[in-house]
Design a protein around this ligand. Structure first.
Ligand SMILES: [Zn+2]
Length: 288
């Protein structure tokens, strides 16, 4: 079994390291023989209407400053097109997950974006977008990026079919609400039992919610070698995290899509972590 990985060359906008590294990850997954790369169709930006404000969408589409660069990456047409391509990948991967059970979108940069602007290297919220496009589907985000999913949390307060469980080492304003549950765990400080307790709490929320889709943010910036990590996950601990999440979703029988989210080490080091995540997914989902 190979993993269906949604990716387009447009994702890796040149000159922007946090985007260009996605090309390294795509090559790494392909060369390791684990991925079937799928190119998403063109993105229809009108799907974003009603999710983000019109003022922000118009500014991001046309490059009107200062709004266009509020995510912290200087706007240019390549950054816009990369963002739209990754959003198209989100929708195509969600549909693939519904028909085949599992998909990966080799994308990043969603969970800090709020309705009125971008933030934290996230321009538009591709996690909330799935709930917005399919309002009859319950979408449950399991966010294990180093940083809390504050933007997704804000959208969860507005979209009754969006749920957000965020386990992080750095809170980033993620405080919780009726459909958003924050878990601060720094493995290096709090220990493995605290990590397992948080995972068990997320599993309980998942089972109680019984969603139609899980979207997993397999952030690589929790890794101990990452300059932004307060979590201090070793390579092995990150793989254990990924396996635990894939197993809980597989056991619950819920279609799943996952993205690579944050990572700020050298591109080759992040790509190796992304490859381990892909292998963990295959290991859990290829079992009959
Ligand atoms: Zn992050």
């Amino acid at each position: 079994m190979k993993l269906a990985v949604f990716y387009d060359h447009a994702y890796a906008a040149p000159g922007v390291p946090s985007l260009a590294r996605l090309a390294v990850a795509a090559r790494t997954l392909h060369d390791a023989g684990v991925a079937d790369l799928h190119k998403p169709p063109a993105f229809d930006m009108h799907l974003l209407r009603g999710l983000h404000t019109d003022a922000y969408l118009d500014a991001f589409d046309a490059g009107l400053e200062p709004l266009a660069s509020t995510q912290g990456i200087r706007w240019n047409p390549g950054v816009r097109d990369a963002t739209y391509a990754m959003l198209a990948g989100q929708l195509a991967a969600a549909q693939h997950a519904w028909s085949h059970g599992l998909a990966m979108n080799l994308a990043r940069g969603f969970h800090h974006a709020v309705p009125e602007r971008g933030s934290g290297f996230c321009a538009l919220n591709g996690l909330a977008l799935i709930a917005h496009v399919w309002p009859s589907m319950k979408v449950f985000v399991i966010d294990c990026d180093e940083h809390g999913g504050n933007g997704t949390e804000e959208f969860a307060a507005r979209l009754p079919n969006l749920y957000n469980a965020s386990m992080f080492g750095t809170r980033f304003g993620c405080l919780g609400n009726e459909r958003s549950w924050p878990y601060e765990v720094r493995l290096a400080r709090d220990g493995r039992r605290a990590h397992l307790r948080a995972l068990a709490a997320i599993e309980q929320r998942l089972v109680r919610t019984a969603p139609d889709l899980v979207v997993y943010q397999a952030g690589a910036d929790s890794h101990e070698g990452d300059p932004k990590s307060r979590s201090g996950f070793s390579t092995r601990a990150l793989a254990e995290r990924d396996l635990a999440v894939f197993r809980m979703v597989r056991t619950a029988g819920i279609p799943m899509l996952f993205v690579v989210a944050g990572g700020y080490q050298r591109a080759a080091d992040i790509a190796r972590i992304n490859l381990t995540t892909a292998r963990c997914a295959l290991r859990v989902f290829s079992r009959a």
